[in-house]
Write a protein that binds this ligand. Structure first.
Ligand SMILES: [Zn+2]
Length: 365
């Protein structure tokens, strides 16, 4: 018994959907993506569910965050191959949850009436224990670390770690911190996760010339974590589950609910106020530690000068608009008492050489 047809591969890391030709042969599932054939056994599918349209949605164990959506015709084959729960077991599962969700729904309606969704999720975010937050960061980081992209270059890795440790908030100890440099030149990205996890793609380093630019980006990303922007978003998407756990006195369950939603941390976009708060954290921290706070602004102006030639990374191009943001960064520096006269240099020339590709700046810069 086999099936062959169209499916859709969604990569939550890059938010990219790609149509693929998939095939199910017994307990083997495979499809070809970007010229590489990926094969899965049932135990390599973490979770499967069905959409209202009857499509099957499989959360693949690798690469992290990958989701494969297959048409309704594939469902019987997926069930036979043990990739999906059979309908009978699923029905019992649904019934049990209907009872739970029903009672929580009443609590939720009351909470909405009293508080509204945003304040409600912000209140809930405050109730999340620190170890649950760290569990979320750890789970997402583990997924990233399993991509096989983590650098083998120990000089680069040590240099990046040095930069991250220099801008850490005081409540994090260096031995809690995990830093991954991914040898992926296509993705222009860097992000921090709750609990002291920082991930930087080689693609963004290739746009930089010196440590101040990297310090600015890393401090900004850590600012989002410090201000708990991601956790607030996550609580907003997981509100129902968290209320369920609270109503049933299962505080320990909160961690696993958040972990289930954790990969959404990778595709968050922040609003204007959150970007400003993260910029303010970055400038404050850099100045307080006698580091050059001007790198983030210089990176922006360079990217603006290169617009059209270089794709501006989403994490930098969102809001507010670049020009407004550069002005704002300057006034943040002034508010914090001005840039240090003799900022310290963290990296040795060899370490800087390992991280930054010394490309000539564009003529207009
Ligand atoms: Zn940001």
């Amino acid at each position: 018994m086999s099936w062959r047809g169209h499916a859709l591969h969604f990569d939550t890391l890059t938010s990219r959907s790609t149509p693929v030709e998939a095939a199910i042969e017994g307990d083997r599932l495979h499809f070809t993506l970007e010229g590489v054939t990926r094969r899965y056994a049932p135990e390599e599918v973490k979770d499967g569910d069905r959409t209202l349209q009857g499509e099957a949605r499989l959360h693949l164990a690798h690469p992290p965050g990958a989701v494969l959506t297959l048409p309704p015709e594939a469902v019987p084959h997926l069930e036979a191959g043990k990739f999906l729960r059979t309908r009978v077991r699923q029905a019992a599962f649904v019934m049990r949850n209907v009872v739970i969700v029903g009672s929580v729904f009443l609590a939720l309606v009351l909470a909405f009436l009293l508080l509204g969704i945003r304040p409600l999720s912000n209140q809930l975010a405050k109730l999340i224990p620190a170890d649950a937050e760290r569990a979320v960061g750890q789970a997402v980081y583990d997924g990233v670390a399993r991509t096989g992209l983590v650098t083998a270059d120990s000089l680069s890795a040590a240099a990046l770690r040095k930069v991250v440790l220099a801008v850490l908030p005081e409540d994090l100890s260096p031995d809690q911190v995990r830093v991954a440099l991914l040898e992926d030149t296509v993705t222009v990205n860097a992000f921090a996760l709750p609990g002291g996890f920082v991930v930087v793609h080689r693609g963004i380093l290739n746009l930089m010339e010196d440590e101040s630019e990297l310090l600015g980006v890393v401090a900004h990303e850590i600012g989002h974590v410090y201000e708990r922007h991601g956790m607030r978003r996550l609580t907003r998407t997981a509100t129902l589950g968290i209320l369920t756990a609270l109503v049933f006195g299962d505080a320990g369950g909160i961690g696993s609910i958040l972990v289930q939603h954790g990969t959404s941390l990778l595709s968050l976009s922040y609003d204007r106020d959150e970007e400003r708060a993260a910029d303010a954290f970055a400038v404050r921290t850099l100045i307080a530690r006698n580091l050059d706070p001007g790198g983030l602004r210089r990176l922006f102006s360079k990217l603006e000068a290169q617009e059209g030639r270089v794709k501006i990374p989403a994490l930098l191009s969102s809001h507010p608009a670049t020009a407004e943001r550069m002005t704002r960064l300057e006034s943040l520096v002034a508010e914090a008492g001005g840039a240090p006269e003799a900022p310290q240099t963290l990296l040795t020339p060899a370490e800087a050489g390992a991280l930054f590709r010394r490309v000539a700046p564009p003529a207009s810069y």
